[in-house]
Design a protein around this ligand. Sequence first.
Ligand code: SF4
Length: 604
Amino acid sequence: MNSESNQGQDDFVNFWSKLNDIFPYLNYRKEQFSIITAIQKASHNILLIDAETGSGKTAAVLSAILSRKEKDERILIFTKMLGQMDAWFRELGLINDYNRKVGQNIYSLVPMVGKTNICPLVTKFTKKQFSQIGCSLFDCTHIKKFHFMQNESGDFYALSRRVRSSIADNIKTGVGLAEILWMLENKLENLGCPYLALKTALKDADMVITTYPFLLNTKLREILFENMNIDLANTTIIIDEAHNLAKGNIGNLSYKILYRAINEIGSHKVLNLLQNLRGQEGLHSLDLEDKDIQDLNNCGRQYLLKRFNQGSKEIGNTIKVSEFLQNHDLCYLTSDKKYTLYLKDPRIILNPMKLAKHLILLSGTFRPLKHFASFLGVTNAKKISVLSEKIGKNRIILTSNDSQLTMRYSERSRERFLYYCDTISQLLKVIPGHTLVFTPNYELASVFANLLKTRYEERPNQPITKLINEVKRSKTKAAIVAPARGKISEGIEIVQNEKSLISAVIIAGLPYPPPSRSLKEIIKEYSKFWGGEQAANYMNYLQAVVTMRQCLGRMIRSENDVGAWIILDNRIPYMNVFPRAIECKNSAKMIDRLNFFFKEHNLS
Ligand code: SF4
């Protein structure tokens, strides 16, 4: 008993003395201290951390896991998108710079990315096709060179070490993923293929960072684990922005793509099956074997290669269908205006990761935590939620209980849209900078952009960077209207010099998923394990919360960003997601609050 408590004390002292060396800032904020303490104390293997964007959670988590890391323990980080890796490289860059100064070891973080992001032969004209069929697009000699180099050196681990130390040498203050990939592509060219070189570095890398496809796609996950030679029991896994996993729906395919695929390759067992299911009610389990999907994929590849050699730049629709069906065995298919795959049981999504030594799920959007934990099948996980004091001061959250401000389907009308736009126009007058206005869908975005007379509107299939650059160049304040499940809401940053250019985000109607027969059917199925009320809540309310928080997150990119979140839908007070929200009776009250807030921050 005594030796156990002595051991506990030693661990505690070691942790905090290591942390003091590693933590890349002079002091930790209160919310960072809460996160660090939770990780230090974590005895549960699963930890859910809800911490707002800008609260410094990446620095806190990274320092804490490095401080408690044992000698052979490995760390694997998943981010939803490549761009979200930058935050991890940025914090590690600060840690490495300090270690360089004091003569300590520097850390390497191996980014496992798709070939498209690192292949030296890919150009912007061939990127799309390469992402679908990979190396067979080119007559490439790099692969031979790589194997020749490997055989020459005769020491696999020396090559792996060389790649890892090149990555570590380049992780410095201000360096992000793009610089690391550029270095791998250009400085390691004598190794032949940089992608294969990167893969060798996975074998004994202490820290690896990759994206969700390697988490969610069974085949890709197996490739990653095999290349890492992973022992889950000795690995800490971190999943960033993990609220994104709380979905039943894991893929959609339009009828249009199916018919284009039929045009590409003609009749095929898989395509015929999908065609026969078009419009049929109910949840369908697809009676398909892996070899059927593989065969479809091969047909799609042959077609695409032929077209590519004829000079076409098109992307293959047959391949899109085969990609859509990747995890079909875990899912039900519905066919209601489009094909949708719903997980048969969303609680299994984390199962492969539950064997990890520690599993840390991070999000700025995890509230209410217990519902997310239940959705993800980790009800017994330790949960912590931290609010940032500084962000609380720099941001005002306004909600409304105006009876005319709701986007319930049954109440949508032209008069309602006019009322919304009139309210928004009044608010825009007192907002000092650019404002993002999110509507529940593309159709309403178009209606609102017209009524608000703004040219900044996100349209379907539009190159979004062009729109963002126009906003950045605008000399006057702009209202940008976008759908809640569009590209801007998904993670486009509107920043300059690391500062958000957005002064306010307005949610013009809560983004509940559109009612559909498919949704009704899947809720009925999920009721079997969650109960009717909970299943309906999770598939409607929780999805609206995740989408709304994602939209709101476009404004605050750091704790110094100042602005307003304005939620124009009177159903919001019942959702209990914003403990700091100020409920306003009408737009006049909102305007008073906004005037006061922006004046207080010298921004009016
Ligand atoms: S082998 Fe490497 S360099 Fe060659 S095409 Fe494939 S990814 Fe590109």
